[in-house]
Design a protein around this ligand. Structure first.
Ligand code: GCU
Length: 128
């Protein structure tokens, strides 16, 4: 099946806000994580069948400091402290991809900031 985009600004946001104050995002904006540990965005993802699929996370980090996050699928941390390294500025977006073990039907993919800087700016994830 074809990859499906899920926009961060349409997902469940805890300690973050939808924003549009930088360029280059897809959809109607991006999520600006609050600068606190534990801030997260959670996506509701449906899968036709069980299996591990690539999930590509599109982000910007206009600082000079890594903004690591835990990548959590259905409550299980699949990658702890994944690096989201600096991009050239807040208008410059890049991607990180990880393998997500999905079950058939409803799934959650949560991206949780693990430092007091919060997460990077998050544009979308692409599943499959
Ligand atoms: C700046 C930037 C935001 C970003 C924030 C941060 O305020 O404009 O888009 O989210 O820094 O440090 O997270």
């Amino acid at each position: 099946t074809s990859p499906v985009d899920y926009q961060a600004e349409d997902a469940t946001i805890s300690q973050g806000t939808a924003a549009t104050n930088h360029t280059g995002y897809t959809g109607t904006g991006f999520v600006d994580y609050t600068n606190v540990t534990g801030s997260y965005v959670e996506f509701a993802v449906n899968a036709a069948s069980a299996g591990t699929v690539p999930v590509t996370i599109r982000f910007a980090n206009g600082t000079t400091t890594n903004r690591p996050m835990d990548l959590v699928v259905n409550g299980t941390t699949v990658v702890a402290g994944q690096a989201f390294n600096a991009t050239a500025d807040w208008d410059t977006w890049t991607t990180v991809t990880f393998p997500a073990p999905l079950t058939a039907g409803a799934n959650t993919i949560r991206l949780t900031a693990t430092t007091a800087n919060g997460g990077p700016n998050l544009d979308k994830i692409t599943v499959g």
